[in-house]
Design a protein around this ligand. Structure first.
Ligand code: 9MR
Ligand code: ZN
Length: 552
């Protein structure tokens, strides 16, 4: 019999639920030193069969308890949940570590011990890269973040990660006061922007003469399990795609607005890069795809549709410049058969909604605003129903457990947050968003917190090359796992997970499980957005602060 809880903790004013696989009475026990006190008792609600896990589940609701402290849930049989906290600050250290994790991905520099502690390592990937189309042409493109457990660097994932982070900062700035202890800390700029700038400076180097963004910068094959500074493989710049270039235009335009208040020259440079990328898109109105050449096994990040990326670019450039031509493009693209609510690397349409609906100057046409609002509410309503029907409160159908399913969970939480911020009464959306964090942090059928170092039973073996090679027992804290995948694609996962295993249980905490347990920059970044939302100063669930919606 299991009792699954949010192992990190619950907000005093949020809904608090644990999920049990047997019914009956439960008790909430408060621990203080050696003393244990039963502070709440209830009868678990029968939630029936949960489709994604195959479990019959019961919800133990203890929302009534709001007092700070350390607790656990116990059932009639004496089974206990992991320990967790209740407190207004339960997600503070989590948000900090989720953000700091990106520092550990820095490429083209060494990680010094005073910032990286025992995860310090030497400078990596300092050699120039060759153009894939002409190996005799070399370019200096050092910098940026390693994408994931591999050492490649890819434009669409970079743009999306920076997008999540910059929106998190610009909408919830008061959640970003804490120092990350990175080299730039104390320079007067919030550390999340210092960290993003490391990626943006690299992105500035990733534009070709015509304004296109190189699709990726990788070797031909993924490196062996070696430290990054030991990887001496030749890296190549692969040709621009329309998807990468549109993501690039969008993220650079967004960044130019955010950095304007801190560094005007840098903002100008970003804006200029965005405009040159837009120019490339205008000259290349047809889809320009990317496929790995024969023999290349590094990330492909292919996508058969570039319209959502163009939509995002049009929205960001409209909000950045106010120019009519971007509105026209936005209107035209909204006439296409596109989603409007996704925040992943294949589908970035939700960013267009985010840009338009949170624009303090309301630059977009009313019709466009109306259309995006409706799309956001329709999807948020659908997700709220899906989450309500899930025994675990997660806004996922069984078929949604794809490679990197935790990204889907977090992107949906972002959409619910956007709905909460846009609605007159956002309380229900906000509670649904919070339930997604519960799932990530332990209210799931495998009893793991999917963030390293956070929770009594946090997963410990991310597929991440430095983690396997650095000789340190524990991984860096703050990494989101890709999570369950209904059709595992790596050898260990295929071997360990029996056919017919329910999707939510298709997970193994094993370092070789790259399709189940890798880390990526763009799986952490939406978690930063969601935790930053819940870490902002607020008077209660459902009450967005005014600052959230206005410009710095
Ligand atoms: O996240 C990507 C996933 O959606 C794809 O199905 C998978 C296979 O192409 O690739 C994943 O992306 C990986 C990328 O190719 C290389 N860096 C690590 C990424 C996460 O596993
Ligand atoms: Zn590197």
């Amino acid at each position: 019999m299991a009792i699954y809880c949010n192992q990190v903790g619950y907000l005093p004013d949020g809904r608090k639920r644990a999920v049990m696989t047997a019914g009956g009475r439960f008790a909430l026990i408060r621990e203080e030193g050696a003393s244990k006190e039963t502070v709440f008792e209830g009868i678990a609600e029968d939630r029936g069969e949960d489709r994604a896990s195959g479990d019959h589940v019961y919800a133990a609701d203890f929302s009534a308890v709001t007092r700070d402290g350390v607790y656990y849930v116990e059932n009639e049989a004496g089974d206990r949940s992991h320990r967790f906290r209740i407190g207004a600050d339960v997600y503070h250290a989590l948000q900090r570590d989720l953000t700091k994790a990106l520092y550990y991905q820095r490429c083209g520099c060494g990680l010094e011990e005073r910032y990286a502690g025992r995860y310090a390592h030497g400078r990596c990937h300092m050699e120039d890269a060759a153009l894939w189309t002409d190996h005799s042409v070399m370019r200096s493109v050092q910098g940026g973040w390693h994408d994931a457990g591999d050492y490649g660097r890819y434009i669409s994932p970079a743009a999306v990660a920076v997008g999540h982070l910059l929106y998190a900062f610009s909408l919830f700035p008061e959640s970003f006061g804490e120092s990350l202890n990175i080299p730039e800390s104390g320079n007067g700029v919030p550390d999340v922007l210092n960290e993003c700038r490391y990626e943006l400076e690299w992105m500035l180097k990733m534009q070709d003469e015509a304004g296109g963004a190189y699709h990726k910068l990788t070797a031909i094959r993924h490196a062996d399990f070696i430290m990054p500074e030991e990887d001496r493989d030749q890296f190549y710049l692969f040709p621009a795609s329309s998807m990468a270039t549109a993501d690039y235009a969008a993220s650079m335009a967004l960044a130019s607005r955010v950095y304007r208040a801190f560094d005007g020259d840098f903002a100008d440079e970003l804006c200029d890069a965005a405009l040159r990328a837009w120019d490339w898109l205008e000259k290349n109105p047809q889809y320009v795809g990317f496929h790995n050449p024969e023999g290349c096994n590094t990330g492909e990040y292919d996508d058969d549709c570039d319209l959502d990326e163009r939509l995002w670019a049009a929205a960001e450039l409209l909000v950045t410049t106010g120019e009519r031509k971007y509105q026209e493009k936005l209107t035209q693209l909204l006439g296409e058969d596109l989603t409007r609510t996704d925040f992943g690397w294949t589908d970035v349409s939700g960013f267009a909604a985010l840009a338009v609906l949170t624009d303090p100057a309301h630059r977009a046409d009313d019709a466009c605003v109306q259309e995006l609002r409706e799309a956001v509410f329709a999807e948020a309503d659908r997700l709220t129903v899906v989450a309500g029907e899930s025994g675990y409160g997660v806004a996922m159908e069984p078929e949604d457990y794809v490679w990197g399913s935790n990204m889907v969970v977090l992107n949906r939480a972002m959409l619910l947050v956007l709905a909460a911020m846009t609605a007159d009464d956002g309380a229900a959306y906000e509670q649904a968003a919070l339930a997604q964090l519960d799932y990530l942090l332990g209210v799931n059928a495998v009893d793991y917190s999917y963030v390293t170092g956070h929770g009594e039973r946090a997963y410990r073996h991310p597929h991440n090359r430095p983690t396997e090679c650095d000789g340190v027992e524990l991984p860096m804290p703050g990494w989101v796992s890709g999570g369950p995948f209904k059709t595992p694609a790596d050898a260990v996962g295929i071997e360990r997970i029996k056919a017919g295993t329910p999707p939510m249980k298709c997970y193994v905490d094993h370092a070789m499980c790259y399709s189940l347990n890798e880390i990526t920059i763009y799986w952490n970044s939406p978690a930063v957005f969601v935790t930053a939302y819940f870490n902002r100063k607020r008077s209660g669930i459902g009450q967005s602060t005014e600052e959230g919606m206005t410009e710095q």
